[in-house]
Design a protein around this ligand. Structure first.
Ligand SMILES: [Zn+2]
Length: 95
């Protein structure tokens, strides 16, 4: 069974709503509780790009122009990609 894009969005919603807490939900693909949600944005903006992925199977989704919730992990978009922290691995996007 392969997780669809909609499956990923369902889990994304749960994790997003839990920020800055940890929803501790399972990856829809591999079942490990290793999902990560990191935003990339200008520091003075409250809208940015959301990267949501699983550290175990390295699948995930990317979401443009999402509102960044208070307490979220945000990387500075103005920095070169290699200097942004935390590092986002080169995960595979689910379409
Ligand atoms: Zn996984």
């Amino acid at each position: 069974m392969t997780a669809t894009y909609e499956d990923w969005l369902d889990v994304y919603d749960v994790v997003y709503d839990a920020v800055p807490g940890n929803a501790d939900v399972a990856c829809p693909n591999c079942g490990h509780h290793t999902l990560r949600l990191v935003f990339t944005a200008d520091p003075d903006r409250d809208v940015g790009y959301g990267s949501f992925w699983c550290d175990t199977c390295l699948l995930g989704v990317g979401l443009s122009r999402v509102v960044i919730p208070d307490g979220a992990i945000v990387r500075d978009r103005r920095l070169p990609p290699e200097e942004r922290v935390p590092k986002v691995p080169n995960f595979r996007l689910v379409n």
